[in-house]
Structure formats: structure tokens, C-alpha cells
Design a protein around this ligand. Sequence first.
Ligand code: GLN
Length: 236
Amino acid sequence: MRLEELFACATGADREQNVAAPRDTLKTRRRVDIFVRIGVLGLQGAFSEHVDAVRAAFARAGIDGRVATVRRREELEALDGLIMPGGESTTISKLLRTFDLHDLLVRRATQEDFPILGTCAGMILLSTEGDGQVERTDTRLLGLMDMSVNRNAFGRQRESFEASLDIKGFDAPVPGVFIRAPAITRTWGACEALGTLGEHIVAAQQGNRLAIAFHPELTGDTRVHERFVDMVRRWR
Ligand code: GLN
């Protein structure tokens, strides 16, 4: 199946809805009617909620966009932006190699500044430096952000919890659902920390790469996805 058809299947019926339901009236927000393609890496983990969140973000921005889960090289090649979801980072890293996507992703990001949003396990994979668990499990990081991660920073007692977070670039606190969540222990170079929870860095950005330790797709608050959609639109 051609990529265009794939996107048509995944989103076809929603097209009108995507372009016709901005949150603000057209008087207050200019409609940016362009075609952007965002993929959600569908190898393992929590990907379908991201598809819904991206659709909502397209609608709010008044952008004509397509979103679908992707697994193949030719799909990745045709995208304007990719979301790497939460899940199990060792498994996703192995599948990235099995599906021959690892090097392509690194090439697109380093040569084209291709936009990537990594949440939770996706955030771990974006980083340059992991912890002992990353090394022991032969998890191959993409090395696309100058940051070091602790894979299960919040420990067993706090396997899953919610917190309200102040994140740079958002005018009101962002609700965060943390599930066996990682944290960023330090950033350097061009990587900027955007928000913390206690001593843990939970959001960072480097160029067109956005790393989020929690699950923004599970709250119904689509502002993280709106920010990513805006990055993709500008890049394109
Ligand atoms: N801690 C998990 C890992 O190491 C990530 C958890 C998540 O994505 N919800 O892969």
C-alpha cells in the first residue's frame, strides 16, 4: 500500500473535521491550511492515543494534517515529523534495528533537523547517555539529544502517578501522567531543560527534538502535541 493511501485510510474521514474545527474562531487565529504528515512509531508501546492527540492538535491549529502509525523505512522517509511513544525502551531499540530504522532516523535528525517528539521510552531513546540498565540491556540509544537519562528514576514505590508541571513555553501547568517514568539527570551543549519535578528534569528540547518524561497523550490536554505540530509546520 502506498504511503498516501495509508494516511488516507488512517485519517480520511477525519479530514474535514481536522480542518474545520479550530478552537478559536478564524478571526482570532489564522487558518494555516497546509498538509503535514506526522507518524507515530508503531513498533511497541502506547501509540494509538498519540494518533488521537495529534488529530486534536491539527484541529486546534487549523492545519490540514495526516497522522498514522508507521513501521517501515519508506513511511519514515516520507514523514514531516515522528512521535516515539512510551513502552519498553530496550524492546523499541531492538525493533528499530530489526526494521532497519535506527540509522535512517539518526540520519534524518542530524542532516535535516527532522522533528521528533519522544515520550517516556521514546525520550530515553533520544538521549546520548543512559544509565547502567541501558548498558546492561544493550539498549542502543539514538544519541540525538545532549542529555543523560535515568531509566526508572522514580523507583518502584512510585510506579505511576500524576503531577502538575511548569514547563517553559506553556502559560499554565501541564498535567503529567508518569508510568515507570525516566528522568533526565543532566543536559549539556545545545539541549535545554524545559521543566523539573523535584530534582528531576522531565522535559527538554534540542533543535527540533522534544523529550517528555511523562505521557502527554493520556490526559486529554493536547498542548504538548500542539507544540510539536507547530514545530513540524515550521520545519516543513
Ligand atoms: N521505564 C521504561 C523503559 O525503560 C519506560 C516507561 C514508559 O515508557 N512508560 O523503557
